[in-house]
Design a protein around this ligand. Structure first.
Ligand code: AMP
Length: 278
């Protein structure tokens, strides 16, 4: 695995590769876990060259968020990435990605104002900008992303369509701990007590699916039942929403295409999850 730290070197590698190889790209912020590794493994199966980036992108963190405390575990990340078969790992610095005088931003409208975008001001503008920059540098045929960040995938698919970018997004299923908690770099913030409480996201989605299986289609009834489970576990709800799996349009009543999306604070840690009703 070759480590690349500068934009110039990344560009050189890309120029030597893309004309002859299928390139798969896995963008991450590091603190790698099995969720990230599943993306690298999917890329390894389908592509000739696998590039991963590790970059904690400051522009996708609001001023009150956890940029400084975000877990950084580079040594073990490199080992995990190499074992997963990553060929090139791109580790740019802030000065490389946002040099002095940086002025350009990519913004997808409307679908970035709802759900996580309503709470995390400027978050998606940071995501769409950095991903555009990384795609321009790496020119991947496929970009592997987790369904764990359901809105992120929808936003980036829209951006790719609107800007006529030729990279195709491959959305991969959420990898979970054995008890059902979605893996996340932020799970390391949880105390042992909070770790137990954090199960309420998955439990509440299971309850929603069970209600729907029994014929319940009222989203008010389903939301109330989810709310009860979360509050009983000391969770503070940021949002529980029901959207169309493909368009992210908010649903009026439950059907087979309904995706539950939710964000819940457990202590100070904001966790997200999503899942189908069927
Ligand atoms: P992050 O490092 O959190 O920015 O995530 C980098 C990529 O890994 C994103 O495409 C995430 O959706 C994906 N990812 C994070 N957690 C998981 C998970 N539990 N299962 C699958 N993919 C994940």
């Amino acid at each position: 695995m070759r480590i690349i730290k500068s934009v110039a070197e990344m560009r050189k590698v890309t120029n030597s590769l893309t004309w002859k190889s299928k390139v798969g790209f896995v963008p991450t912020m590091g603190a790698l876990h099995k969720g990230h590794i599943s993306l690298a493994e999917a890329a390894r199966k389908e592509c000739k060259i696998v590039v991963m980036s590790i970059y904690v992108n400051p522009s996708q963190f609001a001023p009150n968020e956890d940029l400084d405390s975000y877990p950084r575990t580079l040594r073990s990340d490199l080992e995990l990435a190499e074992n997963a078969g990553v060929d090139y790992i791109f580790l740019p610095t802030d000065a490389e990605m946002y040099p002095e005088g940086y002025k350009t931003w990519v913004n997808v409208e409307e679908i970035t104002d709802i759900l996580c975008g309503a709470t995390r001001s400027g978050h998606f503008r940071g995501v769409t900008t950095i991903v555009t920059k990384l795609m321009n540098l790496i020119k991947p045929d496929f970009m592997y992303m987790g369904e764990k960040d359901f809105q992120q995938v929808a936003v980036l698919k829209k951006m790719i369509e609107d800007l006529n970018i030729s990279t195709v997004i491959k959305a991969c299923p959420t990898v979970r701990e054995s008890d059902g908690l979605a893996m996340s770099s932020r799970n390391t913030y949880l105390s042992p007590e909070e770790r137990k409480q954090a199960l309420c996201l998955n439990l509440s989605m299971k309850q929603a699916a069970a209600l729907y299986q029994r014929g319940e289609t009222s989203l008010t009834v389903i939301r109330n039942s989810m709310t009860e489970i979360i509050l009983a576990n000391q969770g503070r709800i940021d949002y529980i929403e029901f959207v169309d799996r493909d368009t992210l349009a908010v649903k009026e009543s439950a059907d087979d295409k309904t995706r539950i999306v939710l964000a819940v604070f457990i202590g100070k840690t904001r966790l997200i999850d999503n899942g189908d009703l069927v």
